[in-house]
Ligand binder design. Sequence first.
Ligand SMILES: [Zn+2]
Length: 334
Amino acid sequence: MIRLDQRPDPHASRVARVRNGAGVPDASRRAAGSRPVKRAVHHAQCASRRWAGAAAVAIALAVSAARAAPVAIVAVESVYGDIARRIGGDNVAVASVLVSADKDPHEFEASAETARLLARAKLVIYNGAGYDPWVVRLLSASPSNSRDIIEVSGVARRKAGDNPHLWYDTAAISALARTLAAKLGEIDPAHRPEYAGGLEAFDTSMAPLRKKIAAMRGRYAGTPVTATEPVFEYMADALGLVMRNSRFQLAVMNGTEPGASTIAAFERDLRNRSVKALLYNTQTEEALAVRMRSIADEAGIPVVAITETLPPDETYAQWMLSQLDALDRALARR
Ligand SMILES: [Zn+2]
């Protein structure tokens, strides 16, 4: 368990530290046989030598077993860590940095511990598109020839300035899964068939999600909705929803103040019931977003909670499906 520093949000006095709940691959784990060697010191000289010999064999075995040691992956965003675990299974050891579903990931600031974690990785997966700019800084501070890197925004053919919440785009996620399986096959060719199997299983897990999106698109395409932040935008597009007040959402995401007319337009949409749901990012507590939520409550507009970090103990598909179910219930109410 490591602790990572997080810059306090200027808008709220939030707790400034986040616990990394993910397992960190332990490179310093004691080699098999180290304990007998230690114990042997207390025995007679010859016995000690025998023990040492046995330990040497044990260490040699451990080294040959270590060739099958799991591929150390750092998936900066825990959602990508989940996908890596699904595809890599026992052949990978995954750690994540942005894991807390009640902190604002845009506010994250890396610590020395984060730097060490990234430096040790065999494969680093990070979002890009301006979501985690500190990753590039840390990677270039510890150059390595034996480290592979997957920038998800590149895989998804997005660039800086595009909406960075790429995991709400199922096509981007599928592209990442394919890239990841191929990359793991290059890094660890002995397990290539298993990575191909993992990819197939992951793709199967996406089927209910694709079905749900198609069904909701059939029911709700053209329905106007709004959001406090642009987190859900790619999914709203896939559902055929009409997303209103984008300028407001960008301002809240970037921590800047939207103009008075932008705020007024948002309030009007809620009070006039011109939108059928408000998608509310629960990971930030911007005063303006909170205000919009209470206006929506007063006007009887359903508020649907959205997070940008994978909740612990949920898979990617489960997370997306539970949010879609909540939105489905909200839109069915109109
Ligand atoms: Zn965000």
